[in-house]
Design a protein around this ligand. Structure first.
Ligand code: SF4
Ligand code: SF4
Length: 205
């Protein structure tokens, strides 16, 4: 039988996810014992504003993030695929970890029905295990709109202006959340019209 883990009430998760993306709060993922993010060969973006993290991460572990302005760096991983700050089974700089680590919420991949074949086994299992609850019809409508948004982005990625639809599943899923209200209210199923609405209403940030 498939393992199920409570992902929380959908509308509450959605509000928290958006507030976290906007920097109004830290993420609140009930990770439990999971350390998938720290052990899955991920490059961690370290922003110029990650002052506390930068005092803890040795300079020689950081390198400039390709395509981003000066001051944005990446923290790589070791031969086991572990973040170098992951020591003795946990994050050695947890109170000072970068914003990327504070924000990341793998439930967005479950909420959008994103493909997980590029994720590690441990992360794919966790994403598959999340189960949301729904307090009311509005919550169910929002969930359906987010899945529709992701399906649309996947199906029409090549028709958007270059750079609009990110290739990485978690960034694409975050975009699906950002634009989902269009799929709650849209009265057209013409793809070109939907693309024009999204690009105008939700410009690249
Ligand atoms: S994969 Fe999900 S549950 Fe596991 S550590 Fe990352 S955010 Fe938490
Ligand atoms: S900095 Fe800490 S929380 Fe972030 S990936 Fe590395 S070990 Fe995990």
């Amino acid at each position: 039988m498939k393992t199920q883990i409570n992902a929380g009430e959908f509308s509450q998760w959605l509000k928290d996810f958006i507030d976290t993306m906007k920097g109004r709060q830290s993420g609140n993922v009930p990770c439990g014992e999971c350390v998938g993010c720290c052990t899955s060969s991920k490059f961690i973006l370290v922003r110029p504003t990650d002052n506390a993290a930068r005092t803890r991460i040795p300079d020689n572990l950081l390198f400039p993030a390709p395509g981003l302005p000066e001051g944005f760096d990446l923290l790589g991983y070791n031969e086991q695929g572990h973040c170098p700050m992951f020591i003795d089974g946990g994050c050695s700089i947890y109170p000072d970890r970068p914003e990327t680590c504070r924000q990341y919420d793998c439930r967005v991949l479950a909420a959008t029905g994103a493909e997980t074949q590029d994720e590690s086994d441990v992360m794919a299992e966790r994403i598959d295990a999340w189960e949301f609850s729904y307090a009311n019809d509005q919550s169910r409508r929002s969930a359906a709109a987010i899945k529709s948004a992701m399906e649309f982005l996947n199906g029409h990625a090549q028709s958007f202006p270059d750079g609009y639809v990110p290739p990485a599943a978690s960034q694409r899923a975050a975009l699906a959340v950002r634009v989902h209200e269009t799929f709650l209210t849209s009265d057209t199923d013409d793809p070109q019209s939907i693309i024009a609405t999204l690009v105008e209403s939700y410009p690249v940030r």
